[in-house]
Design a protein around this ligand. Structure first.
Ligand code: NAG
Ligand code: NAG
Ligand code: NAG
Length: 299
């Protein structure tokens, strides 16, 4: 993403999402654990001690980003700003619900990926976890076999890794409003993993005077803009040029996406494989079909 002039992006070393830039690279030496990888000072030791888990941490960054971008594909704010990590635009540092979501999902993805890694033996630090207890008593001659995810290890590793960014140089927990928000939302992300079925609830504004928050509620304290127009102050990039759908209402519709500015239409010709047939033995033959798509974008 290109940062407009006049924007003053914050840098958040330590948000695991920053590691997506290291995808498909091997972690072979403790020298790989450097600040330039986007890790915060207190994460460097964790990195050196758990080199074998680092590809898993990187994987979790990709999963977290993909999840965020999928989930918000049709929204005016579409999670594109995570691509600039560890530089963060104002939309992800002001204490908004978008920030809450991004911190929550990065933490959830980390716990999930590490727990999985344990069950497939990526590292010797953890192993098979206990299998989930069957809800109904299984048949007498039926036994659970195999391996469960080591959620306990995943949770504790995830907590150490994410919360390492919330400790100051003297080793004290940071108590700023933003640090407390981030810490809470990291924790919510981990709960997501613990209670598998519950969806992450979006989102509860932090009300004055309320000091206890439910463990499945993401918390934010700054109102978000409507993200219609570019605004450096809020980190909004606007919706000009975004694809939208005509003839519908609500999210993703041109009416909503374009904020009343209108849209233009255009056609796009795509070719794709179609009518594929399998021939014995052993190949597949396809035709090529041409399709004309009628598309709209916001002015
Ligand atoms: C780790 O260091 C090796 C050797 O310098 C390099 O080839 C590799 O790409 C590095 N991996 C990461 C994740 O930076
Ligand atoms: C998300 O929004 C940005 C900024 O408007 C845009 O450049 C990008 O193409 C959008 N991504 C998707 C998947 O629509
Ligand atoms: C495209 O826009 C033009 C004028 O804005 C309109 O006349 C036409 O019907 C539109 N085509 C489609 C496929 O929506």
């Amino acid at each position: 993403m290109v940062l407009n002039r006049g924007m003053h992006p914050g840098v958040c070393l330590g948000l695991t999402l920053a590691l997506y830039r290291r995808a498909h690279r091997a972690w072979t030496t403790t020298r790989n654990c450097s600040k330039s990888s986007g890790l915060a000072a207190r994460q460097l030791r964790l990195c050196r001690d758990n080199l074998d888990l680092m590809p898993t941490v990187v994987h979790s960054a990709l999963v977290g980003m993909e999840t965020c971008q999928n989930q918000f594909r049709d929204w005016r704010w579409n999670c594109s700003s995570v691509l600039s990590v560890p530089n963060l635009n104002n939309d992800l540092i002001r204490g908004t619900r978008e920030q809450a979501y991004v911190y929550g999902i990065s933490s959830a993805a980390l716990v999930h990926s590490v727990s999985r890694a344990c069950s497939i033996g990526v590292t010797t630090k953890c192993s098979c976890g206990p299998l989930p207890r069957p809800i109904d008593e299984p048949e007498k001659d039926f036994k659970w076999g195999g391996c469960g995810d080591d959620v306990k290890f995943g949770l504790s590793f995830g907590e150490q890794f994410t919360d390492a960014t919330l400790i100051n140089k003297k080793g004290k927990t940071k108590h700023s409003k933003k640090s407390m928000m981030n810490r809470h939302n990291f924790r919510v992300g981990r709960e997501v993993k613990r209670k598998r079925k519950k969806k992450m609830k979006i989102l509860v504004p932090k009300r004055r005077g309320r000091s206890q928050f439910r463990s499945d509620e993401l918390v934010y304290y700054e109102r978000s803009p409507d993200y219609c127009k570019p605004d450096a102050k809020t980190g909004s990039v606007g919706t000009e040029g975004r694809q939208c759908t005509m003839g519908t209402r609500g999210r993703g519709s041109c009416a909503s996406m374009c904020c009343g500015r209108g849209q233009y239409n255009y056609t796009q010709v795509i070719t794709e494989r179609c009518g594929c047939k399998y021939f014995w033995c052993c190949y597949v033959k396809c035709k090529t079909c041409t399709k004309v798509l009628k598309l709209n974008r916001c002015r």
